[in-house]
Design a protein around this ligand. Structure first.
Ligand SMILES: CC(C)(COP(=O)(O)OP(=O)(O)OC[C@H]1O[C@@H](n2cnc3c(N)ncnc32)[C@H](O)[C@@H]1OP(=O)(O)O)[C@@H](O)C(=O)NCCC(=O)NCCS
Length: 190
């Protein structure tokens, strides 16, 4: 199977995107959400991603949407402004066929091109081999683990943190903010 198209998402994609994500929310530990969000809610998240100038890509195989990947701010406080995190989900029947690699590769390139300098992967479940291998093959390095910070399906779940530099690495931070960045009104977290 070869990915026939990688393109930016459009609002009409969201019923299919919601279906892919719902499966992983209901059956897997990668996401710490327990109730699948509606297509409308995911469309709202998409609009927030696009408003920040960040990519939300979808992959098609023979005209069918089989996966998606997007970048979002790692944390909202302004000093984090050069750091994003990725989310990547592939339809159950298309896993293990290169779709995730193609999608995440595109999102990495798009983020580097708009001036971001670090991408974090925050992976639910230390046994999530597919996600750990996907990120490792695209140059992410494991930097830590948070033990038993989640509870899902009646068991404790770990988070694994991976990180990958983007673009040119310089000792001094750039003087220009990433393209499309605007300080958020609400700044939660550390
Ligand atoms: C993680 C995920 C996005 C990877 O996408 P994919 O299209 O399946 O991945 P690819 O086919 O491009 O393969 C990437 C790597 O994952 C490995 N992989 C894929 N499926 C696997 C599986 N079921 N078990 C173990 N490794 C697997 C591949 O062998 C490859 O590693 P390699 O280069 O060392 O051989 C996809 O499996 C998925 O949607 N999983 C459920 C949700 C999830 O975990 N999302 C990530 C949230 S951080």
């Amino acid at each position: 199977m070869t990915v026939s198209a990688l393109r930016e998402a459009v609002p009409a994609d969201f019923p299919l995107i919601a279906g892919i994500y719902a499966h992983h929310v209901q059956t897997g530990l990668a996401s710490f959400e327990e109730v699948p969000p509606s297509a409308e809610e995911l469309r709202r998240r998409f609009q927030a991603v696009r408003a920040r100038g960040l990519p939300w890509r979808v992959a098609e195989v023979e005209g069918r949407l089989v996966g998606y990947c997007y970048a979002s701010p790692y944390h909202s406080r302004s000093a984090y402004r050069f750091t994003v995190q990725d989310s990547v989900y592939v339809a159950e029947d298309s896993i293990g066929r290169g779709v995730g690699t193609a999608l995440l590769g595109e999102v990495l390139e798009a983020c580097a091109a708009t001036g971001y300098r670090q991408m974090m992967a925050v992976i639910g479940d230390s046994a999530n081999e597919a996600s750990l291998r996907l990120h490792a093959r695209l140059g992410f390095r494991t930097i830590g683990q948070a033990l038993a910070v989640g509870v899902k399906f009646g068991r404790w779940v770990d988070i694994v943190y991976l990180q990958r530099p983007l673009g040119e690495q310089t000792a001094r931070p750039p003087t220009e903010d990433p393209e499309g960045y605007a300080p958020p009104a609400d700044q939660a977290g550390p």
